[in-house]
Design a protein around this ligand. Structure first.
Ligand code: FE2
Length: 427
């Protein structure tokens, strides 16, 4: 007997009236109109059943710290970095864990069941690393949490010399952090940035780890660290295991240079994460008018065969006061900023918060097919584009076939003469 049988679901690929059969935490069959005995049967009523949302880029050590020790008055990146510097000495492990667990509660309610978070390793106490390793353990039954060592202040830029932050970073990897990060555009010189990419990729190759660097998160059209990242990936045989996050400088680069860069990135099977909510608010701040959008070239990267995911980056922290763990809000912003309004492109924006980030994280058994984990979200929407339009309620969230969260449908009661009594904004 099946554990769970879902009837009458619409899938992201457009198939309708589908049944999904679940046994022992796995999907055993996805087919139309399946009849079989099951302990629990759920009628999806034609609503969209999606694999869970995945966030490929987040900062869980800073999340929900909004207002600590004070609010970012200007809302700029530089005041955010200064504020994070003020907050770091005041952090405690218990408070970090508590805020991260609260965020994970929000994530589950939004159907977000896998998160890659960068963790600042410039504090020699490695307080945030230890806190997030504890959080990773505690949320493991319901969220796949992947940690990246992130030298926020530059890996070669320590006040006590270039080994200071590198030593912290290596210690964090020894404690069990999963992925090697970096921030080449924040090193003292372009040459130091390139050296940091080389050293960090070599470290990842030696340890058999994936790489995910904040790379060229600037409006500088001459920044070249993406090129170096692609080169080192190729040189060290790390194809498919390296991600460039942000890449906002690509927005401002010369078109001829980008036409050379894209094939190099594709050849290295570099993966890309754009962070639309944060890029549109933090980039272009030195411009008068016109103001650059500052998000990387998502449609062009996709057209070059490069895997692109959208990340949330920040929620209620020194850099960004808003957010709630809603990856449909992220997709909604990405769609607008990249002008991805064709039918196919809007559909790609849904992939950019589901299957594409799952590839970035290297998640196994992810998806709606026989043999995959029984992890899925039932949305109050008829298709992926409607889900983005409505930032649709997550009616039910399942992991390994077990119900984790339920949200009541969003329906407004109307008191209008001669009009229907209810609306859900679905024509
Ligand atoms: Fe980031």
């Amino acid at each position: 007997m099946l554990d769970l049988l879902i009837h009458n679901a619409t899938l992201p690929d457009g198939r309708t009236a589908m049944s999904v059969a679940v046994q022992e935490g796995r999907i055993v069959e996805v087919t139309a109109g399946l009849m079989a005995p099951a302990h629990e049967v759920l009628d999806a009523q034609g609503m969209l059943l999606s694999p869970p949302f995945v966030d490929a880029h987040f900062h869980m050590d800073a999340t929900l710290s909004y207002g600590l020790p004070r609010v970012n008055q200007s809302g700029t990146l530089l005041e955010g970095i200064a504020l994070w510097g003020e907050l770091k000495p005041l952090l405690t492990q218990d408070a970090l864990i508590e805020r991260a667990l609260t965020y994970c509660d929000w994530a589950v309610a939004k159907g977000l069941l896998a998160i890659r978070t960068h963790v600042d390793v410039c504090d020699p106490r490695l307080l945030a690393v230890q806190a997030l390793l504890e959080v990773k353990k505690r949320v493991a039954p319901y969220i796949d949490l992947q940690l990246v060592v992130f030298p926020q202040d530059g890996v070669l830029r320590g006040a006590q010399g270039p080994q200071q932050h590198m030593d912290n970073l290596v210690r964090a990897l020894d404690l069990g952090v999963d992925v090697v990060g970096g921030i080449p555009h924040f090193e003292r010189t372009m040459a130091d940035g390139a050296l940091s990419v080389k050293l960090l990729c070599e470290l990842a190759a030696r340890r058999g780890l994936r790489v995910d660097m904040h790379c060229d998160e600037s409006d500088d059209p001459h920044s070249r660290h993406v090129e170096t990242l692609a080169f080192e990936t190729q040189r060290l045989g790390l194809q498919g295991r390296v991600t460039g996050s942000h890449l906002t400088s690509m927005h401002s680069m010369d078109n001829y240079y980008v036409s050379k860069l894209l094939p190099l990135m594709a050849e290295a099977q570099l993966q890309v994460v754009a962070n639309p909510l944060i890029n549109i608010t933090l980039q272009g701040r030195h411009d008068s008018y016109p103001k650059r959008r500052g998000m990387t070239r998502v449609p062009e990267l996709l057209a070059a065969g490069i895997n692109v995911a959208f990340g949330h980056d920040c929620v209620m922290d020194p850099w960004y006061s808003l957010g709630s763990g809603d990856m449909l809000e992220v997709a909604h912003m990405g769609l607008h900023v990249a002008q991805m309004t064709s039918q196919a492109a809007m559909r790609q924006c849904f992939d950019a918060v589901t299957v594409n980030p799952a590839r970035v994280l290297g998640l196994e058994r992810y998806g709606l097919a026989g043999g995959c984990h029984a992890d899925f979200v039932l949305l109050q929407a008829g298709n992926p584009v409607e889900a983005i339009r409505l930032r649709a309620p997550r009616l039910k969230v399942f992991r390994r076939g077990r119900l984790l969260s339920e949200t009541a449908p969003a329906t407004s009661a109307l008191h209008l003469p001669g009009r229907p009594g209810l609306t859900s904004m679905m024509p």
